[in-house]
Design a protein around this ligand. Structure first.
Ligand SMILES: Nc1ncnc2c1ncn2[C@@H]1O[C@H](COP(=O)(O)OP(=O)(O)OP(=O)(O)O)[C@@H](O)[C@H]1O
Ligand code: SF4
Ligand SMILES: [Mg+2]
Length: 317
């Protein structure tokens, strides 16, 4: 039994104009302490997947099929108390805009106090301050007592992101889903935050699901990578394997878009992702794929396994 298992999950946003198929038959599992990266272009369903794992699908989204199992238990069958517990001690999510995720009217210390009160019940200010200071030290914040007195607008982007990570850790969750959390940071800060998450995954056995459109970030951080396209998983495997020999043409294009020393310009993938208001009866990547054949327009490739990698493409090269 995996810590978290997602089985054939399909999610639609049923808007007035169309049903948007944000996730189609997504399946994967993560184990304790594992670092999974989820990568794909804008609109590929990454954030929808993060929310669905927590049972927090936003209106007008509906789970159409499949399930999410947390420690073997289907979250759709959990009662309110179990769900609340799962969202605190089980899994939690951190978002890109760290300062906006903090309440501007209260200090960092009050944020911690709220989390501790919710998680452990009432306790003295001194006790919660000591725990908050220890957590801020864990995330590499110097002068934690001073930081606790500050409001969101007084924290830099990198500092606010560390405070959010510490607040997530305050609940001792087994899984932390990080949605584009380094996107707004400069490269040096990105590396510092990713190094911190790696250290936490090793020291505390916390499982991380890192969502990013940037395959560079994913390759730096994750042990396993899941590539998403048009709400589907198109390739999954050990990051080192997928990066050294990707099978899916979309993964190849993503890797080719990485800047290298001699190639500073990004090789953008030509064309646009498809509309998700249609049910795919063909390969959704076909209009942009350099490897496509006639078959790709008349059949949808099933997921198959090759060299321990899952691939949704008919061909190997
Ligand atoms: N509340 C909503 N109502 C209608 N459609 C939605 C809603 N939320 C997301 N979508 C649509 O679902 C699809 C997947 O969106 P999602 O935000 O999950 O993608 P993403 O990979 O996280 O994109 P990004 O990289 O831009 O954050 C998109 O077509 C998006 O427009
Ligand atoms: S199935 Fe065809 S169109 Fe789709 S990725 Fe493979 S080669 Fe390209
Ligand atoms: Mg998103």
């Amino acid at each position: 039994m995996g810590l978290l298992e997602v089985e054939n999950l399909s999610l639609q946003y049923e808007t007035r104009n169309a049903d948007i198929r944000a996730l189609s038959n997504v399946s994967f599992a993560v184990n304790p302490g594992e670092r999974l990266g989820v990568v794909g272009e804008s609109g590929s369903g990454k954030s929808s997947l993060g929310s669905a794992i927590l049972g927090l699908v936003s209106f007008p989204g509906k789970i159409k099929s499949g399930r999410v199992l947390f420690q073997g238990k289907d979250i759709a069958l959990m009662n309110d108390k179990e769900l609340e517990k799962m969202r605190g001690e089980g899994a939690t999510m951190i978002f890109q805009d760290s300062r906006a995720s903090l309440n501007p009217l209260i200090t960092a210390e009050e944020h911690f106090r709220d989390v501790f009160r919710y998680r452990f019940g009432k306790e003295s200010k001194q006790a919660s301050r000591e725990k908050a200071v220890a957590l801020l030290k864990d995330v590499g914040i110097t002068d934690p007592e001073e930081r606790l007195k500050q409001y969101a607008h007084q924290l830099s982007g990198g500092m606010a992101q560390r405070v959010l990570i510490a607040l997530a850790l305050a609940q001792s969750p087994k899984v932390i889903i990080c949605d584009e959390i380094t996107t707004a940071l400069d490269v040096t800060l990105q590396v510092q935050i990713l190094d911190l998450l790696k250290e936490l995954s090793e020291k505390k056995e916390t499982t991380f699901i890192l969502i990013s459109h940037d395959i560079g970030v994913i390759s730096y951080f994750s042990e396993r990578v899941m590539v998403m396209y048009a709400g589907m998983v198109v390739e999954e495997g050990a990051t080192s394997e997928v990066l050294s020999h990707p099978y899916h043409p979309y993964t190849k294009a993503l890797i080719a878009s990485l800047p290298t020393g001699e190639k500073e310009m990004l090789n953008a993938i030509e064309g646009e992702p498809p509309s998700l208001s249609q049910e795919f009866t063909m390969c959704p990547f076909a209009p942009r794929c350099s490897r496509r054949e006639d078959r790709c327009f008349s059949e949808k490739p099933p997921i198959r396994v090759r060299d321990n990698q899952k691939i949704a493409c008919f061909f190997d090269i």
